[in-house]
Structures are given as C-alpha cells and as structure tokens.
Design a protein. Structure first.
Length: 501
C-alpha cells in the first residue's frame, strides 16, 4: 500500500503540465543528441545545467533524466542506418543493425530497438520504484563510517568498470579528488590549492568544470576527427517486424532487460557494459552464432534492451544513497546540490514529490520516446547532414552564455577553457574523464564523512573496521581492486571495450 501511495505522489508531480512539458523536452533533446555522434548525454546535461537554476528541483531532474535515457534511444538510429553510433552504448547495436539496414531491413531493426528499449525501460523503472523505498530505509541507518566506505567502494568500482588502463582510471579518480579539495576548508577555514586566486576561494564551479571536461573537450576532439558521412536520408518503410522477428526478439529482450537492470546499478559504465554483455550472451547461447555480425535481429534486441535497462537502474544508487553510478548521475547529483538539496536517503522523506516524481516520469518519458522515435526517423537522420563546423561553434556559444549566467562571473569562462584543455589532453593520453568527474563530485562527500567518523570516534581510525557494514564494504573494495589487476581479468576488460575505442 505504501508503494501505491508513493506512486500516487509521483504521478501527481510528473503529470503536472510544466513537468510533462520538460519531460517531453528532455526526451526530445536526448534523442537529438543521441542521434548526433560526438556530443553525448554527459556533455549535453553539463551544458544545460545553467538552465535548471530557474526551474523547480523536480522539473529540472525530470528533464535531465529524460535527456539521459532518451539518448540511449537516439543512439541506435545512426548505429543502424549509417554504422555510426550516436551513443557509446549503441556501439554493439551497429554490428548487426547496420547489416540489417544494408539488407533492406532498416525498418524492423529500428522498430526492434525502439520496442526493446521501451519494454526494458518500463521494467527497469518498476524495479527502481520497488527497490528505491526499501534501500532508502536501509540507507537511513548508515553512519559516517558506512558512508565513507560506501563512497570508497563506488570510486573503486568506477575504476574497475572504466575503459582502458586501470592505472589511468585510478589517476583520474585521484585528480578529481584533488580538484574537489580546491577552496576553503570548512573545518579550519584554511585556503587549499587556490593559488591565491580569490574566485576559487570557495570552490571550483561545478558547472564550469563539467562543461569544460565534457562539453568543450568533446567539441575539440570531434572537430579534430571530423569525417564525411554517407547519410541515408531515403524514406524508410515497413517498420513493423514480422512474426518470425517477434519470436526471435522475445528471448533477447528479456535477457537483455535482466542483464541491464543488474549491471546498471554498478558504478562506472553500467549501460555500456550491459550492452556488450548482452551481445556476448546472445551469441554464446545462439544455435546459429555464425549469423551474428551478418544481420541477426537478436544482436539488436539484446543490447538495446540492456543499455536502456542499465540507464534506468543507474538512478537507484543516486536517488537512494546520493552516490552517482556514472558521470551523468554525478551531474544530476550536482544539479541537486545547486538546487540546495543534499543528495542521500533523506531526499525520499523530505522531497517525496521530487523522489517519486522522477521515478514515475520515466514511464511517461519511455512512452513519449516510442511515439517520437519511429515517426521522426527521417528527421533525425537529416540532422546528420549539419556540418560539425556549424554545429559545434553554436554549441560553444550556448555553453558560454549558460556558464556566465550562473554567477555572472567571467572567471567561470576561463575555468571552462582550462578544463576543456585538460579534458582534451586526457582524451589524447587515453584517459577516460568520467572517473575524474566522479572523484570531483564524491571528493567533498568522502572527506566530510571521513572527518565526521573520526570526530565521533575521537580519532580512532579502527572505527571503519570495527563496524561490520563498513568493514564489509572496505573488504569488497579491496577484493574488486585485486581482481581487476589479475592478468586474465585485465585482458578480458580490454576485449570488452575494444570495439568502443
């Protein structure tokens, strides 16, 4: 009964006209940036953070959430039609989806992606609604020691699931933690790493850092790698899959949904990892594995269901614990902090309309996406004809206006430029910037809980090991790190992510 009462509160919030409008705007923008390769939901949400200042907290989070899971839908369109994934999690979809398009079956491939995504998204949203409440109640029992250990586990897990070198991922976490320390120490009032610059005596502006590392760095990278695209803009007919197609896609959709729902909760790239895992599973259990890579509909249905389910369930740790599972969730935590809301289990108690409004808006958003994606496929593909040299300067101007509007401070623009350069250099060095942002967001949280735990225990550091839950989380963290450094595991990670590089 309590769940039904909570859902009633959520639907009251999400069905409000203003929230419906921004939910639609979010999924529309998400589809758009999912279609356009090289931008991505992380960069887009970072760019749009300044807009959220004038909105209510639930309205802004509903829109940002729509952008995230909407991008999972849009990314499959270009992956199928022109073999160019708009989203990294759609890279696997391109393997068989593009082959289906070359065989004249683009319509069924696109419909399979949309329907599988809708089913997976809806089921994953049910899981979020069912588990969010109980997890929040458990989280309310956490003390500072448990939160420190949980955040530590989250950082270590994000290293394990990051692409490329584990050492580089660890370095990015540490770099993010260091940037998070910049500003005034709340306890002592001392200035830390400010280099005598008064504009950062409080802290580095989160919006400026996020836009620089993801927005500006992505623009520079994509302008460097710009290439001509053979865009198919002909009318696509025969969207409805055949009876045989439906029969073939049922199993992969169910398995992909289950895999994505489980892996999406993990810190790091749950949606990306789940799409690769789903494809591997489908190929292994297939009676005709030789069909994969040549237009197997299972190779579209499984990964698309998995990445959408993973995108939805990644909201669970963010909403219940205030711990972001990936860079996008870190941005949403940042949006909550900007709105004056302290992320964590208290949100469900203190802001029930926000907590449950975001959850129920996912059902509405998924329905909107199905209605948007299939009829407007032609329009989405035509957008690919816009040259990068026109598109990206326009985005850069929009970013600059947005960042300046936050504090009316010119220094924030210098911050964007600095972190844009840092982000570009990191990409060139083969470092993934997402762990850096996670470290930047979680750094102040882990420091705060470390200090609280030490204060309560009167300086006794063994408090982290004498409390059972805290000790368990720390042991798991160490085991995860040790496992990742095993040669066989390291090799497997390289194989999983190789197609994305």
């Amino acid at each position: 009964m309590e769940l039904l009462d909570n859902l009633y509160i959520g639907f009251q919030a999400s069905l409000a006209p203003v929230n419906l409008f921004y939910c639609f705007l979010g999924v529309l923008l998400g589809t758009l940036i999912g279609v356009l390769p090289g931008i991505g939901p992380t960069a887009t949400i970072a760019m749009l953070l300044p807009i959220t200042f004038g909105l209510k907290p639930e309205t802004s989070l509903i829109m940002l959430a729509g952008i995230y899971y909407g991008a999972q839908y849009g990314g499959s369109t270009t992956a199928i039609l022109i073999n160019l994934p708009g989203e990294s999690s759609s890279a696997v979809t391109a393997i068989d989806g593009y082959q289906m398009a070359k065989q004249g079956r683009a319509g069924p491939a696109l419909a399979t992606a949309a329907l599988g995504s809708f089913f997976a998204g809806s089921v994953a949203t049910v899981l979020v609604a069912v588990f969010a409440g109980p997890l929040t109640e458990i989280a309310l029992q956490f003390g500072p020691a448990e939160y420190f250990s949980l955040i530590f586990l989250g950082l270590i897990s994000s290293v394990a699931l990051a692409h490329g070198s584990v050492i580089k991922a660890l370095a990015m976490i540490v770099l993010g933690l260091l940037f998070g320390l910049v500003g005034t120490d709340v306890t002592s009032g001392a200035q830390r790493f400010t280099l005598g610059i008064p504009e950062i005596s409080d802290k580095l502006e989160f919006v400026a850092v996020a836009i620089g590392v993801f927005g500006l760095a992505e623009i520079l990278r994509n302008l460097e790698n710009e290439h001509d695209r053979d865009v198919m803009v002909t009318k696509i007919t025969g969207l409805l899959p055949s009876k045989e197609d439906f029969k073939a896609m049922v199993g992969p959709v169910l398995r992909g949904t289950a895999l994505g729902s489980a892996l999406g909760i993990l810190p790091g790239g749950g949606a990306i990892l789940s799409s690769f895992a789903a494809y591997t599973v489908e190929k292994k259990i297939s009676k005709h594995p030789e069909r994969f890579g040549k237009g197997a509909i299972e190779g579209v249905a499984g990964p698309e269901s998995a990445n959408n389910a993973g995108a939805q369930t990644s909201f669970i740790p963010m909403l219940t614990l205030g711990i972001p599972a990936n860079a996008v969730m870190a941005l949403m935590v940042g949006a909550m902090i900007i709105q004056g809301i302290q992320p964590g289990p208290n949100v469900a108690v203190e802001q029930p309309s926000l907590f449950w409004g975001v959850i129920t808006s996912m059902w509405i958003g998924n329905l909107m996406l199905v209605l948007l994606n299939l009829p407007l496929i032609g329009l989405w593909v035509r957008l690919l004809t816009i040259p990068y040299t026109i598109l990206f300067p326009a985005i850069l101007v929009f970013c600059s206006i947005g960042v300046f509007s936050v504090n009316s401070n010119v220094f924030d623009l210098y911050t964007v430029a600095f972190f844009g350069f840092i982000g570009y250099v990191l990409v060139k060095l083969g470092c993934e910037p997402a762990p850096l942002l996670l470290g930047f967001v979680l750094g102040p949280m882990i420091e705060e809980n470390l200090r609280r735990a030490m204060t309560i225990s009167r300086g006794d550091w063994t408090v982290f090991f004498t409390r059972p839950l805290s000790a368990t989380l720390l042991v798991i963290s160490v085991l995860v790190l040790l496992v990742v450094f095993l040669p066989s595991v390291r090799k497997k990670r390289e194989e999983v992510f190789v197609e994305e590089d």
